[in-house]
Design a protein around this ligand. Sequence first.
Ligand SMILES: Nc1ncnc2c1ncn2[C@@H]1O[C@H](COP(=O)(O)OP(=O)(O)OP(=O)(O)O)[C@@H](O)[C@H]1O
Ligand SMILES: Nc1ccn([C@@H]2O[C@H](COP(=O)(O)O)[C@@H](O)[C@H]2O)c(=O)n1
Length: 230
Amino acid sequence: MARHTLPTLVAIDGPAGSGKSSVSRAAARRLGFAYLDTGAAYRALAWLALERNTDNTQTDAVSALLKDFDYAIGTDPDDYFVTVGQTDVTDAIRSPEVSAAVSAVARLPAVRGALTELFRSIAENVDRPGVIVEGRDITTIVAPEAEVRILLTASEEARMRRRSAEITTQSAETVAEQLRSRDRADSQVVDFMSAADGVITVDSTHLDFEQTVEAVIDVYHTRTKRALNE
Ligand SMILES: Nc1ncnc2c1ncn2[C@@H]1O[C@H](COP(=O)(O)OP(=O)(O)OP(=O)(O)O)[C@@H](O)[C@H]1O
Ligand SMILES: Nc1ccn([C@@H]2O[C@H](COP(=O)(O)O)[C@@H](O)[C@H]2O)c(=O)n1
């Protein structure tokens, strides 16, 4: 059977609240690409662990969950959904309980290995000419060979401000502390605060949303043009 042409890969990493999901989704829409949110899979597994009262720090217990982890995600930027089995968990995985539990699940090597394989398989099989994949270790582990690799950053102050404008059910201090503590825990496992070799940094601290999307698309055009001339 003829092998299909692989989609162009755009990898985006960054800390919590840096704009990875919203900016990636908007950029994918403009480019006619698919969009893969990898954090959603870690969140969905943490959600399942909470549902089943599993000790999410125990490799064996979480590995058992992975065996029948019937996970699906929409990669159309205009049709985003996340399901586990028959349950739509699109909203449930954003709860403060899941956000507080996810880092413990994400630090387990068995989980990272299985989900990395899953992400590669989803990204290779999208029905678009390209795919933007965003997370924490996409530029370094999941797709270090991606044609375009970006670290999306913003100052801690800007990230806290943007996130607390979004979450009105908790105080700004609570939101900020949760974001900080998740970044602290996550950065013990993967480095998403500094750009690896060949990764372009887009700092959105002084850019509005639209300018940030433009900056990402500019990097895409510059890198793909350069690759054509090499
Ligand atoms: N340049 C920007 N200017 C203003 N607001 C922005 C900018 N970039 C993103 N935002 C807003 O910041 C908030 C956080 O963005 P988003 O949820 O995309 O971050 P994230 O990096 O995916 O976070 P997490 O890793 O926690 O899921 C959203 O409300 C988004 O609209
Ligand atoms: N490539 C990734 C993506 C995510 N994580 C973990 O999932 C959590 C949720 O991610 P969001 O992008 O939805 O905030 C995140 O805090 C990490 O624990 C990861 O490890 N690798």
